[in-house]
Design a protein around this ligand. Structure first.
Ligand SMILES: Cc1cc2nc3c(=O)[nH]c(=O)nc-3n(C[C@H](O)[C@H](O)[C@H](O)COP(=O)(O)OP(=O)(O)OC[C@H]3O[C@@H](n4cnc5c(N)ncnc54)[C@H](O)[C@@H]3O)c2cc1C
Ligand SMILES: *[C@@H]1O[C@H](CO)[C@@H](O)[C@H](O)[C@H]1NC(C)=O
Ligand SMILES: *[C@@H]1O[C@H](CO)[C@@H](O)[C@H](O)[C@H]1NC(C)=O
Ligand SMILES: *[C@@H]1O[C@H](CO)[C@@H](O)[C@H](O)[C@H]1NC(C)=O
Ligand SMILES: *[C@@H]1O[C@H](CO)[C@@H](O)[C@H](O)[C@H]1NC(C)=O
Ligand SMILES: *[C@@H]1O[C@H](CO)[C@@H](O)[C@H](O)[C@H]1NC(C)=O
Ligand SMILES: *[C@@H]1O[C@H](CO)[C@@H](O)[C@H](O)[C@H]1NC(C)=O
Length: 645
């Protein structure tokens, strides 16, 4: 189905990039072999992705006399944008940079469909592979982290108020030129959301496709308010979302450029590429002091240990951080024992609590002439195409290639979407949270469903989510758009929980993902409410003018039961926003790290990446990954003597 391909291209950023010409880069501190390493390091960071490089930048800056090593599986590559020349929008699916692509187990509640997932396997991680959509969650999302965790007495807080300064610090927002702002109606509020100068860029492109305003008008006609700024904690309504791209070149901005390239002349910043972190090892049968890091060279397969004097920071992302921990014996004890791995710390939350955004489509057709200019189909005109390619090399860059995944999205609350039904849905969430059946929604067994701490953590999450769902300012649904007549309704706060486990017969390989989407059946009620609301868009004056007719779900699909079957038939299981697999929660709630991001029960080990988030925010994740890592770095710097900001 063309629409599905289009959406996967747009949302996951899977557009081909034949021009990924690797730059010739020589850096003294760019290491490719164990023989080049120092005898020991103060900090070892495992995974040079979005969060890992942010932390490495801050630690090398704060501690000029301490040595930092980042160990990364991939190498340095040129990372084009989701749609850079010579690619045509919506036409090809391949990897802009080297990435892992793999599939989940079949999801029984969703017709055994498998989730297709992707991870940037490159210096810069998923910031080099993503869709460049650069939004933040709401204040309610981040406050819910603190609420679920309940680290009351801690002097480290993870609330909106305490994270906002790091959101601001983490990016440079550049306002568009006045003529561009006027042409498209871009709005922003620097005081509410920005002010930082870190070279990770947040910009608006000088281009939109000709049909962008059609949906904006449609949604205004549905009575949805337009928000001036959506990165300042409040975004229920129609939003302009910036792109992570440079304000002049309009090329992708990412962690390798902003947190390595520009500071790689620091003599205390070493980056070892093409090496896989196998596990951390506590020598002398003790888990005191920082662990050794066992590393495998990809070119020659050799294994060796690296010593950290201060601490080890795991930043391998939500799918791979659990694999490093599980290979280290830090994880669900009965799973580890069955796998023959000696248990160092029984933490059932390692690889549990997997969450991601999923979405069914809504599509329609214009049966009257539209005559939009500047459409993706115009690229088939050789003159338009040649002009577009040339415009991208102007200074500042111009034209259609400056648009990445689009800049428009709706974020709608459940009270708006289902005004007569939301109360009963929220009551149902609370009833499930308080019922003895709660455990039956989790995977069975001693590591999860029959583990009181894991059930307590799930209960705390559902109660916090019920609060989000009844809040008219907290979005339940996201609907991003760029161009065209198919859009996807993201379920922002899924109630179902999945798992990430080592492949026991091949532990250095990709982990086994069990998405379990829809295993909490209330997720279907939410999807159905979202589709019911969104399908009304064809009834607006703007859509009627173009003779809009619904294609999906299709006029014959009306009952709740039929809509549920429609969701099962058409859902995209992963919008590439996995999180929460080493959650920042107390051990009594199945947590893996504390508010200082230290792993419970072992010394000298932290996790800093999207694994530590307890509950998925109502946003694409890269902005949160940067801000979380900025705050983590601040915590680490305060805990070691000699750091200066
Ligand atoms: C295709 C795609 C599209 C997306 N679209 C958007 C979007 O439009 N907007 C948005 O905001 N977010 C988007 N995201 C999500 C966002 O980019 C990620 O959530 C975020 O970058 C994750 O940051 P991280 O630091 O947790 O992990 P990553 O940035 O993925 O970093 C993990 C790093 O660890 C390395 N690694 C893993 N295992 C090992 C090991 N054993 N040894 C050594 N190194 C290892 C990996 O190679 C990688 O470099 C998208 C993600 C993908 C994959
Ligand atoms: C899904 O797969 C399982 C295991 O193979 C099978 O028992 C079940 O019938 C399948 N369900 C569907 C809807 O195909
Ligand atoms: C690294 O380069 C930057 C910019 O060229 C310069 O300002 C800085 O002093 C250099 N740092 C070191 C440690 O050489
Ligand atoms: C790393 O150190 C641990 C603990 O001393 C040891 O058991 C392991 O064999 C070492 N690995 C390598 C590759 O030397
Ligand atoms: C969409 O409408 C056009 C007429 O504008 C028609 O030719 C086309 O067949 C329709 N497509 C679908 C899938 O119904
Ligand atoms: C289509 O739009 C162009 C300008 O955008 C205009 O010149 C032309 O007359 C329009 N054609 C129709 C059929 O409306
Ligand atoms: C585990 O790894 C083996 C060997 O590579 C592979 O054949 C198998 O399919 C993997 N299992 C899963 C569930 O991915």
């Amino acid at each position: 189905m063309g629409g599905l391909v289009t959406a996967v291209v747009l949302l996951a950023g899977l557009v081909s990039a034949a021009v990924s010409e690797p730059r010739s880069i020589f850096k003294r501190q760019l290491l490719t072999d164990a023989s080049e390493l120092r005898s020991n390091y103060d900090f070892v960071i495992t995974g040079g992705g979005t969060a890992g490089l942010t932390v490495a930048d801050r630690l090398t800056e704060a501690f000029p006399a301490k040595n930092v090593l980042v160990i990364e599986y991939g190498k340095i590559e040129y990372a084009p944008g989701v749609i850079d020349p010579p690619d045509l929008p919506f036409q090809s699916i391949s990897n802009p940079v080297d990435s892992w692509t793999f599939f989940s187990l079949p999801n029984p509640e969703m017709r055994n469909v498998t989730a297709f997932v992707k991870v940037g396997k490159v210096v810069g991680g998923s910031s080099c592979a993503n869709g460049q959509f650069f939004d933040r969650g709401t204040r309610f999302d981040y406050d819910s982290w603190a609420e679920v965790a309940g680290f009351g007495q801690s002097d480290i807080q993870w609330t909106w108020r305490s994270i906002l300064p790091f959101f601001k610090k983490s990016v440079t927002f550049t306002k568009p030129p006045p003529a561009v702002a006027k042409r498209y109606g871009y709005t922003w509020d620097i005081a509410a959301a920005y002010g930082g100068s870190t070279p990770i860029y947040s910009s608006f492109p000088p281009f939109q496709f000709g049909d962008q305003p059609v949906l904006e008008h449609t949604f205004r006609e549905m009575g949805i308010p337009a928000k001036k700024e959506c990165a300042g904690g409040d975004k229920e309504g129609i939003c302009w979302i910036p792109t992570s791209e440079h304000p002049i070149t309009m090329r992708r901005s990412h962690a390798e450029l902003g947190h390595y390239e520009v500071v790689s002349n620091r003599t205390n910043y070493d980056l070892l590429v093409q090496h896989q972190v196998v596990r951390v090892v506590y020598p002398k049968k003790s888990n005191k002091g920082p662990p050794l890091v066992e590393v495998r060279s990809l070119p020659n397969g050799r294994l060796f240990n690296v010593t950290a004097k201060a601490e080890v920071i795991i930043s391998a992302g939500a799918f791979h951080t659990p694999t490093i921990l599980q290979r280290s014996g830090i994880g669900p004890a009965s799973f580890l024992r069955a796998a023959g791995i000696p248990v160092v710390a029984d933490l059932p939350g390692v690889g549990a609590n997997l969450q991601d955004h999923s979405a069914p489509p809504i599509s329609w057709n214009y049966t009257k002439p539209t005559n939009f200019s500047d459409m993706p189909s115009d690229f088939s005109d050789p003159t338009y195409y040649a002009n577009a390619v040339a415009a991208f090399d102007e200074v500042p860059a111009q034209g259609p290639y400056t648009v990445a995944m689009g800049n428009s999205a709706l974020y709608l609350s459940l009270p708006r979407v289902a005004p007569t039904k939301y109360r009963s849905m929220v009551n149902k969430i609370r009833a499930v949270a308080n019922s003895p059946e709660l455990a039956s929604y989790l995977p069975s067994g001693p590591d999860y469903g029959s583990n009181p701490a894991m059930v307590a953590g799930y209960k705390a999450q559902l109660l916090a989510l019920a609060k989000l769902y009844e809040n008219p300012d907290s979005p339940s649904l996201e609907f991003p758009w760029l161009s065209g007549t198919t859009i996807y309704a993201f379920l922002l706060h899924p109630l179902s929980r999945g798992t990430v486990r080592l492949n026991v017969s091949s532990p250095l390989d990709q982990p086994v993902l069990d998405y379990r989407s829809g295993s909490n059946p209330i997720d279907f009620d939410l999807h159905v409410a979202h589709v019911r609301y969104m399908r009304q868009l064809v009834n607006t004056p703007t859509q009627r003018k173009y003779g809009s007719v619904e294609l999906l779900p299709g006029p014959e699909v009306q009952s709740d039961a039929d809509l549920k079957e429609f969701v099962k038939d058409h859902i995209i299981l992963s919008l590439q926003h996995p999180c929460c697999t080493a959650a920042m929660l107390p051990e009594t709630k199945g947590g893996v790290v504390g508010p200082d991001l230290k792993v419970h029960g072992v010394d000298g080990l932290r996790v800093v990446d999207m694994s530590v988030v307890p509950v998925l925010p109502s946003a694409h994740l890269s902005a949160t990954a940067y801000a979380l890592a900025e705050k983590a770095a601040d915590i680490i710097i305060r805990q070691w003597p000699g750091g200066h900001h």
